[in-house]
Design a binder for this molecule. Structure first.
Ligand SMILES: *Cc1c(COP(=O)(O)O)cnc(C)c1O
Length: 394
């Protein structure tokens, strides 16, 4: 016989999933409604409305897709891209690379505009690519690149893309609920996200949003969307008033998303963003005071995901193993070309607290000292606490 499920206590401070808010966990243990029950339809409508507020958009087509963040990525590309379209993708990390793969599978001709991992995509580089490829249909970038910790500025890019009559698409999987997404203000035509990062719900839904330009592009398609499951022309009719059955909504995940969004709005979006900034900045200060170096320069750093360089002579795997074994604390390793070079530390949603900053810095200092890394005892904690105090008085 196998044992009853009893997972060890963990603090999930990696790149996702992050810890689920206890209220979200409770919402998930409530009994199922039928997916066409009028009570459930009301919950679906409420979830859409909450999602619009958190995405900061009036877009009518704002719904959670069934699947993880990558399903959101695929939804945007399969619905907006047809074979033969030209697509420009900003690639400065793993998720930009994944968008290239997805767009190519849709039959697009993909132009990659690259930047070193840890740096932003320069708007001038996108502009140059648009000039060289005037028939480009769509330009996509990652807003919060979780593989590096870079925050991509959007406003200027958005203007450039629209001057060239292309659609502006953003990966907002790690942005939503962590930093402002401002879909309408940034004039983002389509974006996708996920529940497992700063929304503090489990992996399983991928909120997406599409504006009027994106809707027009979909309406003007000459070919059928090649994915039956992700075809929005059908799924829309399930999430709007028609309620045509397409596939059964993952009821429990909708409960979880609704509660996660309610929690964010109870705190207030501005307060949520300020909290991520406050504790993210404190973590940055703490790590630097320990003598560690961050991958991303200050002005382009995310608060909810920090990449720190692994010091020479320190064993990557051993440190992560000890953090997990001694402290039940999970952080992420590097991906792709950053494998073995960085650790990725998440302070996402419910996890962005002073307690977690303190616990992490103390645990890291202990584990690093075991590895022979010299740092002044307590320097990281002191710097983090100073940083937190400074931000209160601002
Ligand atoms: C996590 C993540 C994804 C993929 O989401 P999954 O839930 O793992 O499918 C895509 N883009 C970014 C920026 C992410 O952080």
């Amino acid at each position: 016989m196998t044992n009853e499920l009893n997972p060890s206590k963990r603090l999930l401070m990696g790149p996702g999933p992050s810890d689920v808010h206890p209220r979200v966990l409770r919402a998930m243990t409530t009994p199922l409604l039928g997916h066409l029950d009028p009570e459930f339809l009301k919950l679906m409508n409420e979830t859409k409305d909450l999602l619009k507020v958190v995405f900061q958009t009036e877009n009518k087509l704002t719904i959670p897709m069934s699947g993880t963040g990558s399903a959101g990525m695929e939804t945007v590309f399969v619905n907006l891209v047809e074979p033969g379209d030209t697509v420009i993708v900003g690639v400065n990390g793993l998720f930009g690379q994944r968008m290239v793969d997805v767009a190519e599978r849709c039959g697009a001709t993909v132009i990659e505009v690259t930047a070193p991992w840890g740096e932003i995509i320069e708007p001038t580089a996108i502009e140059k690519a648009l000039k060289q490829n005037p028939s480009t249909k769509l330009v996509a970038v990652v807003h919060a690149e979780t593989s590096t910790g870079v925050m991509q500025p959007l406003k200027e890019l958005s203007k450039i893309v629209h001057v060239h009559n292309a659609l502006f698409v953003c990966d907002m999987v790690t942005s939503i609920g962590g930093i402002p997404t401002e879909i309408d203000d940034n004039d983002v035509d389509a974006a996708y996200s996920g529940t497992q990062k700063c929304l503090s719900a489990p992996p399983g839904l991928a909120p997406v949003t599409f504006n009027h330009r994106a809707l027009e592009a979909m309406a003007n398609r000459k070919t059928k969307v090649q994915s039956w499951y992700l075809d929005l022309s059908m799924i829309q009719n399930y999430w709007n008033d028609e309620r045509f059955y397409h596939h059964t909504a993952p009821i429990t995940m909708v409960y979880s998303l609704r509660e996660a969004l309610r929690i964010i709005l109870e705190e207030g979006l501005e307060n949520v963003y300020a909290r991520h900034k406050r504790f993210g900045t404190a973590l940055h200060s703490g790590l630097e005071a320990m003598g560690l170096e961050l991958l991303v320069k200050k002005e382009h750093r995310l608060y909810q995901l920090t990449s720190v360089l692994i010091p020479n002579g320190v064993n990557d795997l051993e440190v992560r193993k000890q953090l997990l074994a001694k402290y039940g604390l999970e952080i992420g390793g590097g991906l792709g070309e950053l494998k073995g070079k960085v650790w990725r530390i998440g302070l996402m949603g419910y996890n962005a607290t002073q307690t977690n900053v303190t616990q992490f810095l103390a645990a890291l200092e202990d584990v690093l000292r075991e590895q022979g890394f010299e740092c002044k005892p307590g320097a990281g904690l002191l710097a983090a606490n100073e940083s937190i105090k400074e931000q209160v008085t601002v």
